[in-house]
Design a protein around this ligand. Structure first.
Ligand SMILES: [Zn+2]
Length: 272
């Protein structure tokens, strides 16, 4: 019989959990929303689950004692509500879900948590601020699509905002069975994604274009089929490189976090 990976809570029994000495939990946060015409609604959830799994694998290999919690499949979709079945949880609802999950970890004696977020509509920094001082759990936040921009810029041709080259490459790596292709008449017969170009309607104001004034973008005006960013040069190989780069950063951090003492100075250096 194959040995199961020792970090997935969803595959563990009570006996496994009693034997485990987990110090850090990883909570993958996904979403259920359209991703152009070629990727599935659960794209963010698959990314979150597979990336969390890879990161926990790396951390475990380095001696980290980490547990991967099941993915939360819903996120904030208020600006995609014009699209069918974009399944929304309001930010305040999501914060309550997180608060209760943090309380469950605290009650189980796991006092370090990394939220691994895969969805741009999930804005969790305010949650960290709100819960600060009300729990023994030290909460860390990583939006993986932001921490990997340097790598994505060097291996991808197009910048990805939503369902573009980066996300498509990752799903080609993690779940190639779910990618949709269309009939093509190019001479080589190479498969063509069933996607549009992911072009974006430009904003009217320079301040918004440059990003020094923000807004929550109405996605049905920004995009045609919900895709923002050209996915057509995505490859499985790029997906593998991106995933390895993400796990290569987060895995060692988790191992370090697992070993770190929860002294009064945590997470700062103690006095010399
Ligand atoms: Zn996505």
């Amino acid at each position: 019989m194959n040995e199961l990976p020792g970090w997935r809570l969803e595959e563990s029994t009570l006996g496994d959990v009693r034997d485990a000495d987990w110090r850090v939990a990883v909570l993958p946060m996904g979403a259920t929303e359209p991703h152009n015409l070629h990727l599935p609604y659960a794209t963010d959830s698959y990314e979150a689950w597979h990336l969390a799994d890879l990161c926990c694998r790396k951390a475990s290999e380095l001696g980290g004692r980490v547990v991967q919690l099941p993915v939360v499949p819903f996120g904030t979709e208020t600006n995609l509500r014009a699209f069918p079945l974009a399944m929304n949880l309001q930010p305040s609802t999501l914060f309550l879900v997180l608060r209760d999950l943090v309380a469950s970890l605290e009650a189980s004696g796991i006092h370090k948590l990394l939220i691994l977020n895969s969805h741009g509509g999930n804005d969790f920094k305010p949650f960290l601020r709100e819960i600060y001082g009300q729990t023994k759990v030290h909460i860390f936040l990583c939006n993986w699509y932001q921490m990997i921009r340097d790598v994505a810029n060097s291996i991808c041709e197009h910048e990805d905002d939503h369902a573009g080259e980066m996300e498509t490459s990752l799903i080609m790596y993690f779940r190639p069975d779910l990618i949709r292709y269309q009939e093509t008449n190019n001479p080589a017969g190479t498969p063509e994604l069933a996607a549009d170009e992911g072009s974006r309607r430009p904003l009217r104001f320079e301040a918004l274009r440059e990003g020094w004034v923000g807004l929550s973008r109405p996605w049905q005006l920004l995009t045609t089929n919900s895709g923002s960013g050209n996915p057509h040069s995505a490859t499985r190989d790029k997906g593998e490189q991106l995933a390895e780069a993400i796990a290569g950063r987060i895995g060692p951090f988790l191992a370090e976090l697992s070993q770190a003492e929860l002294d009064p100075f945590f997470p700062f250096e103690p006095d010399a």
